[in-house]
Design a protein around this ligand. Structure first.
Ligand SMILES: [Zn+2]
Length: 76
């Protein structure tokens, strides 16, 4: 089974590398170090308020269109 070292992107092979999927113990420890220092943790969610408002507007427009095209909406 072949893979790429998540740290240095070197090709690794589960049959060859004892530290698979890492190419070496050094890379494995570096990965652990990344986790320990929370390098992988996104500190802040990437929310753009304008994008959210825009998305909401699209949803409302879609709802209006659905109502207009809805043949069941003739009861009132
Ligand atoms: Zn590596």
């Amino acid at each position: 089974m072949k893979h790429k070292c998540p740290i240095c992107k070197a090709e690794t092979d589960s049959a060859v590398h004892a530290d698979f999927p890492f190419c070496s113990e050094r890379c494995r420890e570096r990965d652990l170090g990344n986790w320990a220092s929370e390098k992988y943790v996104v500190s802040e969610p990437v929310f753009d308020e304008e994008d959210l408002a825009e998305g909401k507007g699209d949803a409302i427009l879609l709802d209006l269109n659905n109502n207009l095209d809805n043949p069941n909406d003739t009861e009132h």
